[in-house]
Design a binder for this molecule. Structure first.
Ligand code: HPA
Length: 271
């Protein structure tokens, strides 16, 4: 897998020799952030050897290289989820490609269900920490010591400097930024009321089907990380309603401008 990731990175660099300040993974309904990028090049995932293809509506399957907030960035429009049937190694493949491209700062975004009773639909939550409830881990298997240690530390997954920068940008832009713990489940089902309650009791403020495998692989590689969730529905007793993927996409898209403002502000002041 590491050789494949290196080969994919080499192909990207051969076509596009850039030095990136950061990469951004755009979650469900959040791909409009890419519209703000001053695009240098776009590469379809299908053109990159070893890159899986996204099978979910709302995840386009493109790499966009360009300038955002004065920084050279690579945005991934579309990610790979475990529920699509990919192995965990495939889910985190793009993260290893980013590493081989020399990228050390990664911003992740996702749509999530809020389990914190204070949250409202449309809120943005800065992920302070996570709980892996996927029952598996992308680092299971023989460890590649050239990537990182066998037993990576997870005491500070999300970079304190980036978190602080996000808080400051939110204050300066009058965005009410929530903060909390993200629990990752495999999906593809949304939770039952009993499961939302269980996830809340475990200490999570939001639940979703992504981000944590990527965060684990990124920390294994020693990357600096920040992650944001858009709360697209509520898993709170008395507020649980039927939801569809389309409603999740619509709710995420409605809050996308706030995510964009925060990410641009963080990029401007960092890296
Ligand atoms: N649960 C899991 N994943 C999600 C949810 C949810 O309620 N909303 C958006 N992604």
């Amino acid at each position: 897998m590491s050789e494949k990731a290196k080969a994919a990175a080499e192909l990207i660099s051969k076509n596009l020799s850039l030095k990136y300040d950061a990469a951004i993974i755009l979650g469900s309904g959040l791909s409009h952030l890419a519209d703000q990028i001053n695009i240098i090049a776009t590469i379809a995932y299908s053109e990159i050897p070893g890159f899986p293809e996204s099978t979910v509506p709302g995840h386009e399957g493109k790499l966009v290289a360009g300038i955002l907030a004065g920084k050279t960035i690579l945005a991934l429009k579309g990610r790979f989820h475990y529920y699509e049937g990919y192995t965990m190694q495939e889910v985190v493949f793009p993260i290893r490609v980013l590493h081989h491209l020399g990228i050390n700062t990664l911003i992740l975004s996702n749509a999530a269900g809020g389990t914190n009773p204070e949250f409202r639909i449309g809120d943005i939550m800065l992920i302070r920490d996570h709980i892996n409830l996927m029952g598996t881990n992308p680092l299971i298997g023989k460890n590649d010591e050239t990537l990182g240690p066998r037993f990576p530390d997870m005491s500070q997954v999300y970079d304190p400097g980036l978190l602080q920068a996000a808080r400051e940008v939110a204050i300066g832009s009058h965005i009410s930024l929530k903060e909390g713990i993200y629990a990752a489940v495999t999906g593809p089902v949304y939770e039952t009321p009993a499961e939302y309650r269980y996830i809340r009791i475990l200490g999570a403020d939001a639940v979703g089907m992504s981000t944590v495998p990527e965060a684990i692989a990124a920390r294994h590689l020693g990357m600096r990380l920040m992650a944001l969730s858009v709360i697209t529905d509520l898993g709170v007793e008395g507020k649980i309603q039927k939801i569809t993927h389309e409603e999740v996409l619509t709710a995420a898209a409605a809050s996308e401008p706030f995510i964009t403002t925060i990410i641009k502000g963080v990029l401007k002041g960092n890296s």
